[in-house]
Design a binder for this molecule. Structure first.
Ligand code: NI
Length: 167
């Protein structure tokens, strides 16, 4: 079975607010599994449903632990989040370079709140709330933005700060 292609800008679905998920069935689990495969194949740390052309409020994310600005970022195993809502716990922002699989070849600095509470559902329909900080909080905010039709470039008001990746 071949994996779906990653949708890139300016595809309209990347600018849509996606539909909330109501059925936590086998099909949803299959979708999450496919999304994790696509994310890994593309070497990404997160992927939202509209990035493979699906209109549904689900994203996946996960990455291996690493050191960032002298702080150990713990490993996050690949997982899905359904119908996410973010509450900002610590509005202090920090800035870090972000890229996006749907905007190939570009990256730029994005300031985001450093502490959040993520409200969402797992694949079985269990509701959860989890406090998240550090790099994980950034990834979760980036992916939740996707489900609301928002891209990281929207935060970059000075276009000269966008970098074209070296090949
Ligand atoms: Ni992205």
């Amino acid at each position: 079975m071949s994996l779906p292609e990653i949708v890139v800008v300016p595809a309209p679905i990347l600018r849509q607010t996606l539909k909330p998920i109501e059925s936590f069935d086998g099909q949803l689990k299959e979708l999450a599994k496919t999304m994790i495969e696509v994310m890994h194949q593309a070497d990404g740390v997160g992927l939202a449903a509209n990035q493979i052309g699906i209109d549904a409020q689900i994203f996946v994310y996960g990455f291996d632990g690493f050191e960032l600005k002298g702080k150990k970022q713990p490993t996050v195993s690949p997982q899905a989040v359904v119908n996410p809502v973010i509450e900002v716990l610590d509005p202090t922002t920090d800035e870090m370079t972000e890229g996006c699989l749907s905007i190939p070849g570009l990256s730029g600095p994005v300031a985001r709140p450093i502490g959040i509470r993520l409200h969402g559902f797992d694949l079985d329909g269990n509701q959860f709330s989890r406090d998240i900080e550090g790099y994980e909080a950034r990834v979760v905010q980036h992916e939740t933005d996707h489900l609301n039709g928002k891209l990281y470039i929207d935060y970059i008001t000075d276009p000269t700060k966008l970098r074209r990746d070296q090949e």
